[in-house]
Write a protein that binds this ligand. Structure first.
Ligand SMILES: [Zn+2]
Length: 372
């Protein structure tokens, strides 16, 4: 594909605006354009996917996945600690032990990729009652789950041991503020990434995409992100519904377009959209795919295809989610599906991305990285 040709490409009826990016070879932009398109195909017909992507893309001239990947590549040094937050206590009125498969899977895969690419040490934050489930999913992605001190020791160990830490994060706002400042000071992470992590609206309330108020059940990662923003640490939000952390940067645009954007079912009257901003926002059909897209663009950017996981690992991590008792947030079943899409669809997306990375890197080899 010629560098300019992609500006004429229309997929799914969505015209893409492709401007030349400063400092990035056009070929990388072209490849990531396709990655963005793949992860935003609205297979389950949720409706929000296109609204979110268009709004996010208006803010930035290069593909969302590439912008996030570039920020990670520019800011993470070997052995750095990375904070990743996820978790959605689902149906908390039934039991606090219920969590869903979208988010933890992406967090585990992203952790694996950042460890593989930078020898980074991932710390994954989630609600206290979901720590055990998240640890199982993280283990399914290949990590030994250890304490923070042990995970840091592991990265310096001569005998290879690949460790991550899974930690609980408070739901109480004041406690979350204290914890955030302690964590940032102690561990100095080089990035804070939120995946499918619901965030506060302008009144401090957190909602489901169906407009129900769930504030008290959710870890207040908003405080961690705000502390990171103040400290000059790169922040990335990944979401698929509009209620997640990171949507703050497109809030005004999406509020009138989402079913519960302006009006929720609770008296707060402010709707579901989070005000919490991140430096970068990646929207996708399924939040996990947003993580896969970032990793795919990172693999291209670094010229390292092995950074991206594969269908086999995807299969194992999805199985890990089921074994951990996580549910499909839409169907409500414990099983190997995410957001109503069966395992084979997620594996297919991973296989397609794998092929796109392979073909993309072949093309980069052919045209060189200096065509920008
Ligand atoms: Zn409300």
């Amino acid at each position: 594909m010629k560098s300019q040709s992609i500006s004429k490409v229309k997929l799914g009826g969505r015209p893409k605006v492709v401007k030349k990016s400063k400092g990035l070879p056009q070929i990388l932009v072209d490849i990531s354009e396709n990655i963005d398109q793949l992860i935003t195909i609205d297979i389950p017909l949720r409706g929000a996917t296109d609204i979110l992507y268009r709004a996010a893309r208006e803010k930035i001239s290069i593909p969302l996945t590439l912008a996030a990947a570039q920020a990670l590549a520019n800011n993470i040094k070997a052995k750095d600690i990375i904070f990743i937050a996820t978790g959605w206590p689902d149906r908390p009125q039934v039991s606090l032990q219920i969590g869903e498969t979208d988010g933890p899977l992406g967090a585990a895969v992203l952790s694996r990729a950042l460890h593989q690419a930078f020898n980074a040490v991932p710390f994954i934050f989630i609600e206290q009652q979901l720590v055990a489930a998240m640890a199982k999913v993280t283990q399914a992605a290949g990590f030994k789950v250890l304490t923070p001190a042990e995970a840091i020791k592991a990265v310096n160990s001569k005998a290879p041991i690949h460790a991550a830490s899974v930690l609980s994060f408070p739901t109480d706002v004041n406690e979350a503020a204290r914890t955030s400042s302690e964590l940032i000071q102690k561990y100095k992470p080089s990035a804070v990434i939120c995946i499918e992590k619901a965030g506060m609206n302008s009144q401090g309330y957190i909602h489901s995409i169906r407009g129900e108020e769930k504030t008290k059940y959710i870890a207040k990662i908003d405080l961690l992100v705000r502390e990171a923003n103040r400290s000059g640490i790169i922040t990335i939000g990944i979401g698929d519904g509009g209620n997640e952390i990171g949507m703050g940067i497109i809030r005004e645009k999406i509020r009138p377009l989402l079913p519960f954007g302006n009006k929720c079912h609770c008296p707060c009257g402010e709707g579901i959209v989070s005000v919490t901003k991140t430096d970068f926002l990646v929207t996708a059909t399924v939040s996990n795919w947003g993580a896969y897209g970032i990793v795919a663009s990172l693999a291209i950017l670094l010229g390292s295809p092995e950074v991206f996981h594969n269908g086999e690992i995807e299969c194992r991590v999805i199985q890990g989610c089921a074994d951990a008792g996580l549910i499909d947030g839409i169907s409500g079943y414990v099983g190997e599906s995410v957001d109503s899409l069966p395992k084979k669809i997620h594996i297919a997306i991973v296989d397609l991305l794998t092929e796109m990375i392979k073909k993309g890197l072949e093309m980069v080899d052919r045209v060189g990285r200096n065509d920008g």
